[in-house]
Structures are given as C-alpha cells and as structure tokens.
Write a new protein. Structure first.
Length: 233
C-alpha cells in the first residue's frame, strides 16, 4: 500500500484564462518571445544585469493585463528595467507586439504563476519596486484566502525588495484596499507608509490610468493606491 502523503494543491490567486489570441498576437509570440520573453526555469535564479544588459534598477509588475500601462511606464522611464508577469496569453501577445512596434528595450516578460516566479527565481534584495495593479479582489469572503496579498506575501516582498524599494498596489475594491493596508501596516518592522500610517496615496504620476480604470471612474468607482517602502534588509 502506498503510504505517501497526498500532495496539496497550492491556492491560486488567479484563474488561468488562456483566451484566444488574434493572428497578430500569435505572430508576436513566435517572433518576439525570443527577444522579450523569459522562460521560467524552477530554482534557476534570474541574472538581471545579464537579462537587461545593464545595472539599472528593476521594477516587477504582477499581472500586467494587456500591457498598455507597462509599455507606457517603460517608455516614460527608460532608465528603469521592467519585468512583467502575466498568465493571460492574449495580454502577453498584445504587449510583445507593442514592445516590438515601439522598439522598447527595457522590458522583459514572463508567463507563469507569479508566486512561483517570486519564490523560486527572483534573487533576494534585487528589486527596486513591485507593482500590483488591480489584482483579482476575490470579493466573496470565502475566497479571501485566494487574494495574493497575505502575511507570507508581505514577508516575500520584504525579502525581494532592496532597502528603499517600494511596493505599490492599486485596487478599485475598497475592501481589498483595507485588506492590503492591514497586512502591510502590521509589519512596521519591515515597511513604512510614505503617506502616513493607515493613509492611502494619491495616484502618483508614475502609474498611468488604464482604460479599465477610466471606465470604472465613469461609473463612480473609487480607486485606492497604496505604497510601502522597505525600511531595511
């Protein structure tokens, strides 16, 4: 009899939606993944200076959607390197096509579970910033355990961000904003809130407004920005 313990499936903070890519997105995958794409190899640490060809600070975005805002930030801040993570393949294809059209050189793309990437291949104290814009809020209480921001996530951010590095989140769900605020505010030994204890940040100029966000604002939805600075490593 096999006495091995059953393996527990990890709790996912996302729903895999591969979707259907347009011909242009499929072409972008074939032609531009070798240029901008980074394959996920478990337990093999990323070498950012080699990956980008320079020593510029690295900002990582979790779940970039269609990539429009990420591409805009990369163009606005050419002295920053950006690593974008997204599991929705049409969004990845859309971003690859845009990067190629605009000849953007400071973005690399990964398409795998963000938590596995963060836990297995991102070196400690290697990031200047982490961005989490409009993550799935998992608004039902029974699904709150699926939210990516949990106590272990806060500790992981503290590990990966260098001293002075910033975690920046934005959400249009007030309950999720309070959730994020509570978890990061509980770790004053690791993070400080530049806006003041318990306070939200006005939308900074560094975060472009997305089509999704503009549509929400027209419908009267609020948006909450939160920033937390890593105090020490």
């Amino acid at each position: 009899m096999d006495n091995a313990k059953p393996k527990h499936r990890p709790i996912r903070s996302f729903v895999l939606r591969t979707g259907r890519m347009t011909p242009g997105q499929e072409k972008a995958f074939k032609e531009y993944w070798p240029v901008y794409g980074v394959d996920f190899t478990p337990a093999q640490a990323l070498d950012f200076p080699r990956l980008f060809g320079n020593e510029n600070p690295v900002w990582l975005e979790i779940g970039f959607g269609d990539g429009e805002s990420l591409a805009a930030m990369a163009k606005t801040f050419p002295r920053r390197n950006y690593l974008g993570i997204e599991v929705h393949t049409p969004g990845v294809g859309h971003l690859l096509l845009k990067l190629a059209q605009e000849d953007t050189g400071n973005v690399r793309v990964m398409s795998a579970d963000a938590m596995e990437i963060l836990q297995q291949v991102v070196p400690a104290a290697s990031l200047q910033g982490v961005q989490l814009f409009f993550p799935d809020p998992w608004h039902k209480k029974k699904h709150h355990k699926r939210r990516i921001v949990q106590p272990h996530f806060v500790e992981l951010m503290a590990k990966l961000l260098r001293a002075g590095g910033v975690f920046h989140a934005a959400t249009d769900w007030e309950d999720y904003a309070r959730h994020i605020m509570a978890h990061f505010s509980a770790r004053t030994d690791l993070f400080r809130n530049p806006a003041g204890p318990g306070r939200y940040m006005p939308q900074p100029e560094t975060r472009p407004t997305t089509k999704f966000e503009r549509r929400g604002k027209r419908l009267g939805h609020g948006v909450w920005d939160l920033m937390f600075e890593r105090t020490s490593n």
